[in-house]
Design a protein around this ligand. Structure first.
Ligand SMILES: CC(C)(COP(=O)(O)OP(=O)(O)OC[C@H]1O[C@@H](n2cnc3c(N)ncnc32)[C@H](O)[C@@H]1OP(=O)(O)O)[C@@H](O)C(=O)NCCC(=O)NCCS
Length: 156
């Protein structure tokens, strides 16, 4: 498995995986992925030995040097490839990018998504709030989670 910048030709595959993973929660369209890339988001794909996309993740950072803030916009791994470290590798790569910018990282995750919440907690995120009915059409709640900027982690 290797990580590389997400290619536009893989967006159709992302959309396929989105439908599998987020069926009840308004999965992203191809247009949504294109606009994330157009906006300069840091998007990575995870590719198997046959160069097939098996997962993807995206981080968006705003601000200016000395004052950046990042958000994990998405992370997904094809169900057939879950539990093999792909999600961890994608998340770590996004966090390395945020650390380059010395940015705190925010994300939203369904409150019932134990696996993802556990993954984030093991990578320095804590829950800072709940957004009621954040996901539609399911109406599921989200935790907002935050991982402090690298310098803030060092002085803790
Ligand atoms: C969350 C997700 C990205 C993790 O990807 P993954 O490739 O399965 O992750 P990994 O194999 O790196 O495993 C991550 C953790 O989940 C645990 N895990 C993996 N498969 C598991 C399973 N079947 N049951 C319970 N825990 C499992 C692993 O033990 C690992 O924990 P560790 O850090 O203690 O080793 C993936 O499950 C996914 O795409 N889920 C659906 C989409 C989603 O929820 N995205 C996040 C939205 S905010």
């Amino acid at each position: 498995m290797k990580l590389a910048p997400l290619r536009r030709k893989d967006i159709a595959r992302c959309v396929e995986i989105e439908k599998q993973l987020f069926a009840g929660d308004d999965p992203w369209s191809a247009r949504a992925f294109h606009s994330e890339l157009d906006a300069g988001g840091y998007y990575l794909g995870a590719y198997d030995d046959e160069d097939r996309l098996v997962g993807y993740a995206g981080l968006v950072s705003v601000g200016r040097p000395g004052d950046f803030e990042s958000s994990v916009h998405t992370i997904g791994v094809d169900e057939a490839y879950q539990g093999q470290g792909v999600g961890t590798a994608l998340l770590r790569a996004l966090l390395a990018q945020a650390d380059e910018l010395n940015a705190p990282v925010f994300l939203e995750v369904r409150t019932d998504n134990d696996r993802a919440v556990g993954l984030y907690e093991r990578h320095g995120f804590t829950r800072i709030g709940v957004r009621k009915r954040y996901y539609q059409p399911s109406g599921a709640d989200a935790y907002t989670m935050k991982r402090p900027a690298r310098t803030a982690q060092e002085v803790r």
